[in-house]
Design a protein around this ligand. Sequence first.
Ligand SMILES: C[S@@+](CC[C@H](N)C(=O)[O-])C[C@H]1O[C@@H](n2cnc3c(N)ncnc32)[C@H](O)[C@@H]1O
Length: 280
Amino acid sequence: MQHERILPYFAKYIESELGIVYAEHNYFQLQNRLEEIAKLLSVESLEKLYKLAETGITGQFKQLLLDLATNNETSFFRDMKVFKAIENLVLPGFLQNEPSGAEMRIWSGASSTGQEALSLSIMITEWNLRSPKPIRYSILGTDISERILLRAKKAEYSQLEVQRGLPTPFLLKYFQKNEQDRWTASPSITKALEFRKQNLLDPFEFAGKFHLILLRNVLIYQPLSNKIEILKRVTEKLAPGGVLILGSGESLLGLSSDYSQTAYEGAVIYLKKGTQQSVA
Ligand SMILES: C[S@@+](CC[C@H](N)C(=O)[O-])C[C@H]1O[C@@H](n2cnc3c(N)ncnc32)[C@H](O)[C@@H]1O
């Protein structure tokens, strides 16, 4: 069978499962990834992989396909402006509007290998060290990729990864270097973290609402109708006065009218409308 028929077949599968659209000009990338999967499954060729798919895409095959279709690019304190806005607007707003001692619940909605959640944890830990009003907090990180979630749970990073965005004083304070020259995050910043699998296209099964939701650099891969639908369900998971943050190149324009927007030194944050604003 010609690749011209195999590649659209897998592209269609990935779109239906993940919402991620492979444009035709990116088929070479899809082909490389399918060849990697074939190798991992000890299947000789793309034709044989296609035959296998026809008998059903399940188990390891399905997970590999979903894993390889996603882009897991992330880094510590990615887009520092956003962390400054959280520190200067969102944390004070939370303290102002929530009863003393309340737990701040945060959801990192496409957490990748965990750097976003760990950066938030470091930031709040540092805040608590200098503030007369410490904040109790928990951070739920979710992602579609099991392989990536295993890495997030392990909280172990290469030299290159910690060099990307993590200030050296935080590296030395919150990470230990192991014998393989990799850096492991200390329990003081991992203890408030939990990582779980969640496809954003599926219903959100977890209980309770969040005060802050980060949904950064993930909606860009979705077609318009999925973006609108995901945002509608995300909004339902946001507590009254809650805050939503998207990636720096993303906006809610034409996607949701449930928010008002505010900016802090170039970072945009979205406040859920119709409720007491939690941002100071
Ligand atoms: C580019 S990373 C962004 C990571 C982080 N939010 C950041 O901005 O640095 C996108 C992440 O979204 C995840 N992802 C892609 N499609 C998803 C879906 N349908 N449901 C949940 N996670 C998804 C990928 O596995 C990947 O880890």
